[in-house]
Ligand binder design. Structure first.
Ligand code: ATP
Ligand code: MG
Length: 393
């Protein structure tokens, strides 16, 4: 038997009271975007806190499920067989066929879970449970009923049509993109920032990204790697506007005029400033970084005081308490890891000092930043003008 539909389960958004329909609409929209890349014609419908995806043509089951598993807000994907209501006897036959197709090995316990959403159906849920259970037992004597802990929970939903399902494929959870505002992700070529973007997007946040490029110190391949990473994150977030900023001249100025043990901190402060300007220009209400306390010298709590000081927008750092291994596990799960570990240099690794300060003093950082005050306004303006926007999907 071919599945004809999917029933989409969602949990968190169902509790949002009056806003519920907004959340459901956002979820349907994201499902539509995700399925655009898949084969087949489909219709999405919303009824009584449920979302159905009905296929009007052939579709690739695995491809469709993989796409739906990237849609935040979905907790479960149930492959459904959808039959017309042609009376109880036909329903019994359809159910037997369903079991035969989905469970060729009949050594299972089962329970029927009938739901009568259409109240004019001649049998109520209790009757349906009993009668359909009897049909199954008669057809497949190897199967036995277990009402408490069945191997197979066979749900039969009576609506205009009848839906049968028994499998739930886990979805990614979270909230649908588009329900929480927009944030600007500082996306480098490393392992952490794509994971950070994924995690904040999972809370329903739309993502834009900015990458600081330092040619010729960083190569075109390094830039392409960031685009490739953005593409992988976009599988979950939908299209990302990636801003590429030429950061070379600012970096060189810092390198020439500021103490080398403070290079990274001062450079990070300029990244945050520029990111915030681009964020505000693009209606983003937060920044996202892949920072984690103590991971490197520029991520000690003292260093974070120094980088955070230049921002007025909230900076979301979802990895702040994670060990590297935990971050790696997520990056493997979302398939960014293999790209992240490609060996192309990024601008931070070229201009790093042998012994960077680990406990920078904010006043001293501010004082030393003054060394470039004669040139920075011009360089800053020029850097903003280099903004190249790449739409990554
Ligand atoms: P990642 O693995 O994400 O590169 P990291 O461990 O290398 O992080 P840092 O280089 O200290 O850490 O950078 C900290 C954060 O600053 C990154 O997670 C990212 O959000 C941002 N960042 C660093 N370099 C860049 C860059 N070239 N362009 C945009 N954002 C950057
Ligand atoms: Mg990095």
């Amino acid at each position: 038997m071919k599945y004809t539909s999917f029933l989409i389960k969602y949990a968190e958004i169902a509790i949002k009271g009056k806003n519920r329909h907004l959340f459901e609409e956002a979820l349907c929209k994201q499902i539509k975007i995700a399925l655009k890349k898949c084969e087949g014609q489909f219709v999405i419908s919303r009824t009584y806190g449920r979302i159905y995806i009905d296929y009007e043509s052939d579709f690739d089951f695995d491809e469709t499920v993989a796409a739906l598993q990237c849609v935040f807000g979905i907790t479960g994907i149930c492959p459904v067989v959808h039959v017309e209501d042609k009376g109880f006897e036909q329903l019994g036959n359809d159910l037997k066929k369903y079991i035969d197709d989905v469970y060729p090995d009949k050594n299972h316990t089962f329970k029927i879970n009938a739901r009568r959403a259409r109240k004019n159906y001649p049998m109520d849920s209790m009757e349906l449970n009993t009668e359909l259970g009897a049909v199954v037992l008669e057809a497949y004597p190897e199967m036995t009923v277990d009402v408490h802990n069945p191997d197979i929970l066979l749900t039969v939903e009576i609506r205009e049509n009848i839906y049968m399902y028994s499998e739930i494929i886990p979805g990614p959870g979270g909230m649908p993109i588009g329900t929480s505002g927009k944030a600007m992700l500082l996306l480098s070529g490393g392992i952490d920032s794509p994971v950070a973007g994924y995690m904040i997007a999972k809370r329903g946040v739309t993502i834009d990204a900015v990458y600081f490029h330092a040619p010729p110190y960083t190569s075109e391949r390094a830039k392409q790697k960031v685009i490739d990473l953005a593409k992988k994150v976009a599988k979950y977030t939908g299209p990302i506007n990636l801003h590429v900023i030429n950061f070379t001249d600012i970096q060189l100025a810092i390198y020439e005029k500021c103490p080398h043990d403070e290079l990274t901190i001062i450079m990070r402060r300029y990244m945050m400033r520029i990111a915030e300007d681009i964020a505000k220009e693009n209606k983003c209400i937060g920044l996202i970084t892949g920072e984690s306390i103590g991971q490197v010298a520029s991520q000690t709590m003292q260093s974070l005081v120094a980088t955070n000081e230049v921002c007025t927008l909230p900076v979301y750092r979802p990895l702040i308490g994670f060990d590297k291994q935990e971050i790696v596990e997520i990056s493997e799960k979302i398939d960014t890891y293999e790209t992240s570990i490609l060996p192309y240099e990024d601008c931070c690794t070229i201009f790093v000092a042998k012994h960077p300060v680990t406990k920078p003093n904010l006043n001293i950082i501010k004082r030393d930043e003054g060394n470039i005050s004669d040139v920075i306004d011009e360089l800053y303006k020029t850097a903003l003008e280099t903004d190249e926007v790449i739409v990554v999907e």
